[in-house]
Design a protein around this ligand. Structure first.
Ligand code: FAD
Length: 399
């Protein structure tokens, strides 16, 4: 069996590693001509760290990331409203890591090339179409575009996984009625700034003033990752395109934070000291009633784009990848394996999409420590990330 994965993001690369570990051949085709360390910080929650550890990447992750031990909610004068342990300190057997997205992607890419071969990931190659059915009884015919030469090429594989992100071509083809990107009405400016550590040095801080919010956490190498979020509109379909790497302007974001004074974390200085600001509308999509068809399926953001408020996007794509590999390896027919994968992951990830929406609404109104505690508890329950349950769950390793 050979599986073609569209997209060398965190989900696609983890899928390649997971399939390889399960004894299944995989190739990755990536549209970008070069995999550059794009993005800023992301969190890997304990359920994802567990999966990457079981893929043999635990030590490398520990070197790359900062183990986050607490989350602190505060007001713009620096008064703490609520704090809760995170990762190992919360009782999980695996840490929560804050990492630079691009560095994590490069770690995964190096592992794929080392384990699956130098040619396993081909860049500059976009998946544009596929065909399956009576005319392709033994698999899927995938059409690829070589972006340099403009040539179209066809390849036959046993299964196709669309891990091609927010604007997934595979999803569009599978589910043309899947609906538009939905904007929360929140604009996000993101950046990484060299700065002194704050709080415990491994804390995530969330500071809110009405519709204005700042999230900050360290990602190693004296770098603080920050996300400034401002609600500027009512939610609705997104009129413009959403691009994670669009340049943002300090003059647009700084005025919202100029009066903030958080003690050790100087917010105006944090924002002003950033080399490159990125801007991204906070979007998701309505969960789909079905992902795949036959030997074609979706994974990660292609399947279930979500608000980043729960820090769960990359983590859910990692779990998708591991379940996908386990179910494919257990089934004689790839279509059956993919159907089982979808049955296990579609509703579980839809719950995370909806919990993230709910949390983005609740956070703005939470006032007391009790309401924060209720909110984080509800989120954990809704997203299946209960400490005892994760610690006790059997491994997702393919048998
Ligand atoms: C450039 C970039 C920067 C990001 N920065 C952040 C960040 O700072 N913080 C954060 O929380 N999240 C960020 N994200 C999103 C985050 O990476 C995802 O939510 C999460 O990791 C799940 O990833 P994924 O693998 O499903 O999709 P993605 O990470 O979006 O990866 C999808 C990959 O598929 C490729 N692709 C797209 N179309 C095709 C096609 N037709 N054929 C082949 N390949 C295709 C894309 O080039 C991309 O490499 C970023 C995503 C991208 C693409």
């Amino acid at each position: 069996m050979t599986v073609l994965i569209a997209g060398a993001g965190i989900g696609g690369l983890t899928a390649a590693l997971s399939l390889h570990a399960a004894g299944i051949d995989a190739v990755v085709r990536e549209s970008a001509r070069e995999i550059r360390p794009l993005g800023v910080g992301i969190n890997l929650l304990p359920h994802a760290v567990r999966e990457l550890t079981e893929l043999g990447l635990g030590d490398q992750l520990a070197e790359l990331g900062v183990s986050i031990t607490e989350i602190v909610y505060a007001d713009p004068r620096g008064r703490q409203l609520f704090a809760e342990s995170r990762g190992l300190a919360q009782g999980y057997r695996w840490p929560q890591y804050a990492v630079h997205r691009g560095e994590l992607q490069h770690l995964l890419l190096a592992a794929v090339r080392e384990r699956l071969g130098a040619d396993a990931v081909r860049t500059g190659t976009r998946v544009v179409d596929f065909a399956q059915g009576p005319e392709e009884p033994a698999g899927v015919r995938v059409q690829l575009l070589d972006r340099d030469s403009g040539a179209l090429e066809e390849t036959r594989v046993s299964a196709l996984v669309g891990a091609d992100g927010l604007h997934s071509a595979v999803r569009r083809r599978l589910r043309p009625d899947g609906g538009p990107l939905l904007w929360s009405g929140i604009r996000m400016w993101r950046g990484v700034t060299r700065a002194e550590p704050f709080l415990a040095g491994c804390s995530m801080a969330i500071v809110r003033d009405g519709d204005v919010e700042l999230v900050a956490y360290p990602i190693g190498g004296d770098r603080i990752n920050w996300v400034a979020q401002v609600k500027v509109s009512e939610p609705g379909p997104l009129a413009e395109d959403a691009d994670w790497n669009r340049a943002g302007r300090l003059t647009d974001v700084l005025p919202y934070f100029e009066h903030w004074s958080l003690g050790r974390l100087d917010v105006p200085e944090l924002l002003s000291g950033c080399g490159q600001i990125l801007e991204y509308p906070m979007v998701d999509r309505e969960p789909l009633p079905a992902w795949g068809r036959g030997r074609v399926t979706l994974l990660g953001d292609a399947a279930h784009p979500m608000y980043p408020v729960g820090a769960n996007g990359a983590s859910q794509s990692v779990v998708d990848a591991r379940v996908l590999a386990r179910e494919l390896s257990a089934a004689d027919d790839p279509a059956v394996g993919l159907a089982r994968y979808e049955a296990l992951r579609r509703e579980a990830t839809a719950a995370v999409v909806l919990a993230n929406r709910e949390m983005s609404r609740t956070e703005a109104h939470s006032k007391s420590a009790e309401s924060f505690a209720r909110m984080t508890d509800t989120y954990r329950n809704a997203t299946g990330s209960d400490v005892a349950a994760l610690n006790a769950r059997p491994s997702l390793n393919a048998p």
